[in-house]
Design a protein around this ligand. Structure first.
Ligand code: NAD
Length: 311
């Protein structure tokens, strides 16, 4: 079995590579600010430095792989608000270029990794896979564009691509601009943590290992042209999340600084994951255990995150 993992030097892709032991893995990554080759240390793989938007490179690289898993993306909402060109270039055009290369090479299975953010925001209840896409940030809009291209390639060309949509991930090796590693590393340095708006925004948290296990289930059993949700295990307001992080790092609310809300901040995401559970998937890591392990990892690995921090 030969697997091509795009974006495999980032947070989730590298976890997928580190936990794939029964296949020959090729990693394709353009090494943006979010990548770190140290994330792949100890993982058996062949590394190719390149862009999913480089059709000539893909024409040589993709043939011969049995599975392509597309993690490559610009992934941070705040950066997409500051400037969205790179998001459209990679998340839409890059995805299309990769899917075309998979089609040309006759790759038998493709998994395109996406997010709950494509649906927008939901006050109550949970989205099912056929909910309309109503993205509200440039990041989410670019991911929705990639998803729609993937769906169109499945319908029009019969490309055997499945799409996964997951909630907010946490775990080791996550770039310290995302809320959990940002708050942990701030508190480890004795710096206040910035809490957006009223803190009432709700996110559904999943450990990165469960996300990767869900992707594997879809790679093995998912149908072409089908979307699969990978839901979290803990729905928390940002206030609840902050309290848990303060507790874990022995800090109190004097370490919290209220800051202006993110523009267009989605209030709540929630996924119904019955379809994936029907394929035998169930999450294994509780939020409490996963968070404790994550706090330990950042505490033990300051050399990994210190160079990535701007403060
Ligand atoms: P990340 O930002 O940590 O990693 C992205 C990786 O993609 C980096 O290694 C980067 O160098 C690489 N990359 C970016 N542009 C590229 C290009 N044009 N060609 C090749 N490589 C490129 O992101 P992540 O958090 O690991 O997310 C991985 C995927 O999972 C993304 O598609 C994201 O939308 C999706 N996702 C993330 C979350 C989350 O909570 N982090 C939740 C749901 C879905």
């Amino acid at each position: 079995m030969r697997i091509l993992v795009t974006g495999g030097a980032g947070f989730i892709g590298s976890h997928f590579v580190r936990t794939t032991v029964d296949a020959d893995v090729t990693v394709l990554d353009s090494l943006t600010y979010a990548a770190d080759l140290a994330n792949l240390e100890g993982a058996d793989h062949e590394f190719v430095h390149g862009d999913i938007g480089d059709a000539a490179l893909l024409d040589k690289l993709v043939p011969g792989h049995d599975l392509v898993v597309n993690f490559a993306a610009e992934s941070h909402v705040d950066r997409s608000i500051a400037g969205s060109a790179e998001f459209v270039r990679t998340n839409v055009l890059g995805t299309q270029t990769l899917l075309q290369a998979c089609l040309d090479a006759g790759v038998p299975k493709v998994v395109h990794v996406s997010t709950d953010e494509v649906y927008g925001t939901i006050d109550a209840g949970s989205w099912q896979e056929d909910a309309p896409l109503r993205p509200r940030s440039p990041y989410a809009a670019a991911k929705a564009g990639g998803d729609m291209i993937a769906m169109a390639y499945a319908i029009t060309h019969g490309l055997p691509v499945s799409i996964t949509r997951c909630g907010n991930n946490f775990g080791p090796h996550q770039y310290p601009e995302k809320v959990i590693p940002l708050f942990i590393t701030n508190l480890l340095q004795g710096t206040k943590v910035p809490l957006y708006g009223d803190g009432g925004n709700v996110r559904d948290w999943i450990h990165v290992d469960d996300h990767c296990r869900g992707i594997r289930v879809v790679a093995e059993h998912g149908l072409p042209g089908e979307v699969y949700h990978i839901a979290g295990v803990a729905e928390l307001t940002n206030l609840d999340l902050t309290q848990r992080l303060l507790d874990a790092l022995d800090a109190d609310w004097s370490m919290v600084e209220r800051v202006a809300d993110r523009k267009g901040h989605d209030r709540r995401y929630s996924l119904d994951d019955s379809r994936l559970r029907g394929l035998g998937y169930a999450p294994r890591t509780s939020f409490e255990d996963g968070l404790a392990e994550t706090v330990r990892w950042y505490t033990d690995n300051p050399s990994w995150w210190k160079s990535k921090r701007t403060l």
